[in-house]
Design a protein around this ligand. Structure first.
Ligand code: PHE
Length: 339
């Protein structure tokens, strides 16, 4: 029995030192240390030994079990180390890893548009929409813009072969809104506008505007001024100064250009031209009634104001951008600053 135990120990130690795979290791474990393994079988046979032989055999059995278990553990450790080395073989840990891409974010222009929409919504404005491809009626005629107006020139506007055009401003939505709903109207409409401008640091051929239109009884220039002042102060800070300069647009009378300056902006002492606006010209109501076929926009009863400004220009001022093209180049080094 004692000799058998010594032999088993020697066998187990040799076998375990020589295992080549995790599977072999496990097989050896079962063979020597398992519940039906060699050690367990010898333990079972102890019961048939003479009483006086048992203590010595029991002691030996324990010694052998400890030794075989130790041999198994050192083999297992050797394997773990080897598996790690194997996983790393052929891998150059000094190479840069696969970067974890940061989550995306809304484009700064979209963020600004959302902010602007939020401010107007608080003042009760609803969102209106219209097509980017529109006709001359909605872009010019209905807006009281004469046939010889420079905006109609092929040099200034993208015309389609069928005579339609890419809208040169979002003021088309004024007309489309009034055509489909009677007063009162209180809408804003953000969207793309197109002009055949040479692309440079301050011009794009496709840009974005935000249009506004309010029509109701008793609407005055004071409402227009109050609304725009509130809006620009929300965007540029409470200390923002807003001034209205007389201007001309065919579809508003009187018309104004809005300038602002804000101490929150770099070069805060300069007036920046930001927005066109005015009181809706009764001639526009007349055109709208014409295409509606009713007198819903009765100029004796209703007055209104409209405004429009460029979102890119607003973004350039707010974000202090030196070049409008940054907004369309999709360079993540630029975009990543506005997350
Ligand atoms: N549509 C004008 C433009 O693009 C802006 C404007 C809108 C002016 C509404 C007055 C009223 O320049």
């Amino acid at each position: 029995m004692l000799a058998e135990l010594d032999q088993l120990r020697a066998q187990a130690e040799t076998d375990l030192a020589g295992v080549q795979s995790a599977l072999e290791l496990d097989t050896a474990r079962v063979r020597f240390l398992g519940r039906q393994g060699a050690l367990a079988q010898l333990g079972e046979r102890m019961k048939s030994l003479a009483k006086e032989e048992r203590p010595a055999a029991g002691k030996k059995l324990n010694e052998v079990r400890t030794a075989v278990t130790a041999a198994f553990e050192s083999a297992a450790q050797r394997f773990a180390a080897r598996a790690e080395a194997g996983a790393l073989a052929g891998v150059d840990v000094t190479l840069p890893g696969t970067p974890v891409l940061p989550a995306g974010a809304l484009h700064p222009l979209t963020q600004l548009q959302d902010r602007a929409v939020q401010i107007f919504r608080r003042m009760g404005f609803a969102l209106a929409d219209g097509p980017d491809v529109d006709d001359e009626f909605h872009c010019f005629d209905a807006l009281n813009t004469p046939p010889d107006h420079p905006a109609r020139n092929e040099q200034d506007t993208f015309y389609l072969p069928d005579g339609r055009l890419l809208r040169t401003h979002t003021s088309t939505v004024q007309i489309r809104t009034m055509e489909t709903q009677p007063p009162p109207v209180r809408v804003i409409s953000p969207g793309a506008a197109y002009r055949r401008d040479e692309v440079d640091a301050t011009h794009l051929a496709q840009f974005n505007q935000m249009e506004g239109l309010v029509v109701d009884e008793g609407v005055t220039v004071a409402d227009l001024k109050g609304t725009l002042e509130f809006f620009f102060r929300e965007l540029f800070g409470a200390k923002t100064a807003v001034r209205f300069r007389p201007h001309f647009f065919p579809f508003t009378e009187p018309s104004f250009e809005v300038d602002l300056k804000s101490p929150a902006l770099r070069g805060g002492e300069r007036w920046l031209e930001i927005c066109g606006c005015g009181m809706v010209d009764p001639a526009v109501f007349q055109r709208v009634n014409g295409s509606r076929g009713d007198q819903a926009y009765d100029a004796e009863k209703y007055t209104g104001y409209a405004f429009g400004f460029g979102l890119e220009r607003l973004a350039m001022i707010l974000l202090e951008l030196p070049d409008i093209r940054l907004l369309i180049e999709n360079d993540v080094r630029f975009l990543g600053q506005f997350r």
